[in-house]
Design a protein around this ligand. Structure first.
Ligand code: NI
Length: 167
């Protein structure tokens, strides 16, 4: 296992659209293990392959307090979404920035596990929001891109300032 390098906004590679996984082989299993280890080490509650510069439709999520409920979604598709949620979100690719985004409260997805077995998952609340956030990454969208142009400009200015201070 290995800890992978997480791309930081505004890295243009975060805007690549991920391809569906076609082959469920050892390299996919290694990617999933490395992504899980990277997410736990960060620590974070979700990570999309796009964030580690692998442009395949793979997501890992764990919203449990005990960090023992890993959810792996390969080629996830939304079957149903309902309700409104407004949980504050953060992102390992946008450190230090937290914002509330309008999301569905309940979500039903179809996906494959790392072995290629299809399953459906029903979720709500934080898990549902986290899955929507990670699925956005697979489409090349970072959560702050749901915000207005003005708010995004302010965030970009803050990030630039943080970078200058840490340089
Ligand atoms: Ni994120």
């Amino acid at each position: 296992m290995a800890i992978l390098n997480i791309l930081l906004y505004p890295d243009a590679r975060l805007h690549k659209v991920a391809e569906p996984v076609k082959v469920f082989d050892e390299s996919l299993k290694r990617l999933v293990s490395d992504m899980a280890q990277t997410m736990y080490a960060a620590p974070g509650i979700g990570l999309a392959a796009s964030q580690v510069d692998v442009h395949k439709q793979v997501i890992v999520v764990d919203v449990s307090e005990r960090r023992d409920s890993l959810v792996v979604l390969v080629n996830p598709e939304i079957l149903d979404a309902s309700g409104n949620s407004d949980i504050e979100e953060g992102c390992l690719s946008v450190p230090g920035i937290y914002h509330t985004i309008e999301r569905a409260e309940r979500l039903k997805v179809r996906a494959f596990d790392r072995n290629g077995n299809a399953f459906t998952l029903e979720s709500q609340g934080l898990l549902a929001v986290c899955i929507q956030h990670e699925m956005d990454h697979l489409r090349g969208k970072v959560f702050i891109e749901h915000l207005s142009q003005l708010k995004r400009q302010r965030i970009r200015a803050r990030i630039a300032k943080q970078l200058r201070q840490s340089a």
